[in-house]
Design a protein around this ligand. Structure first.
Ligand code: ATP
Length: 215
C-alpha cells in the first residue's frame, strides 16, 4: 500500500463520493458507473475518473465501479489521509461562511462533514461539504473518525450538542457561541466569540487609543 499524495481538491471530494456510495450500498446497488456517479454528486465524470485513478481504482469498462470495494478503499483513505477532518454543527450564517472558507487552502484541516437540525438543509451538499441530519451525528463522527467539531449553533442548544459530541468521542471543540460550555477534562475547548473580540477592540480603541504606540 504505497503512500499516495492525493491532491487537495480530490481529497475534498472524497467525503462526497463516500457519502453517495454509502447510499448506493444501503440501496443494495453492487456497481456504479462514473456517469451515474457524476450526475448524483455533480462532479463531471472525467474528474471522477481522474480522482479515482489516484487511488489506483479500479473501474472496469462497461462495468463501472464495484460499490463495496470502492467504499472499503475510501474508508481506508479517509482515515489514512493526512488531512484532519473536522465537523461543523449548525449551518446558519456563520456556519455557511466557515464552510465556504474551509481551511484546507492554508492548512491540513478541512471541514468534511456538517450537521444541521433544519430539514431543508440536511442531506444537501453546501460548499462541497455534505450536510447530515443531527440524527446521524454520532454514527458519522465515529465512522469518519472525526474528533474535532466546530459549533455554530444557537446558544440555547449548544450544551446539549456538546454533550452529544462528547458522547461521540470528540476530543476538541471550537465554540463560536458566546456561551461557555461544560466538557469533561479529556475534551479541549477553544472559544471564539467574534462579537466579544470586536467589542474588546472597540473598547481598547476608545479607552487606550492614544497609547497604542506607533502603528
Ligand atoms: P448564525 O448564528 O450563524 O448567524 P443564523 O442566525 O442563521 O446563524 P441560528 O439560529 O444561529 O441561525 O442557527 C444556526 C444554525 O444552527 C441554523 O442553521 C440552525 O438550523 C442550526 N440549529 C439550530 N438548532 C440546532 C440543533 N439543535 N442542532 C443542530 N443545528 C441546529
Amino acid at each position: 500500500m504505497a503512500e499516495t499524495k492525493i491532491p487537495r481538491a480530490t481529497a475534498k471530494r472524497l467525503p462526497i463520493y463516500y457519502r453517495y456510495l454509502n447510499i448506493l450500498l444501503d440501496a443494495d446497488k453492487k456497481r456504479v458507473s462514473s456517469t451515474e456517479l457524476s450526475e448524483a454528486v455533480k462532479v463531471d465524470s472525467a474528474t471522477i475518473r481522474r480522482d479515482f485513478s489516484y487511488f489506483g481504482a479500479l473501474g472496469k469498462r462497461g462495468y463501472g465501479y464495484d460499490v463495496e470495494k470502492l467504499l472499503a478503499f475510501f474508508k481506508k483513505i479517509l482515515n489514512q489521509d493526512t488531512l484532519t477532518n473536522v465537523a461543523l454543527i449548525g449551518v446558519g450564517n456563520l456556519g455557511h461562511a466557515l464552510l465556504n472558507f474551509n481551511f484546507h487552502k492554508n492548512s491540513n484541516v478541512r471541514i468534511s462533514a456538517a450537521f444541521d437540525v433544519n430539514e431543508a438543509i440536511a442531506n444537501t451538499v453546501q460548499s462541497g461539504v455534505p450536510v447530515y441530519p443531527m440524527t446521524e451525528l454520532k454514527k458519522q463522527l465515529i465512522e469518519q473518525q472525526i474528533e474535532i467539531a466546530i459549533l455554530t449553533v444557537p446558544t440555547t442548544v449548544v450544551q446539549d450538542i456538546t454533550d452529544a459530541l462528547v458522547d461521540a468521542n470528540v476530543k476538541g471543540i471550537m465554540n463560536f457561541t458566546p456561551l461557555r460550555i461544560s466538557v469533561p477534562e479529556t475534551v479541549r475547548v477553544q472559544n471564539v466569540d467574534l462579537t466579544n473580540e470586536l467589542q474588546t477592540l472597540i473598547y481598547f480603541i476608545e479607552h487606550y487609543g492614544e497609547q497604542l504606540g506607533d502603528k
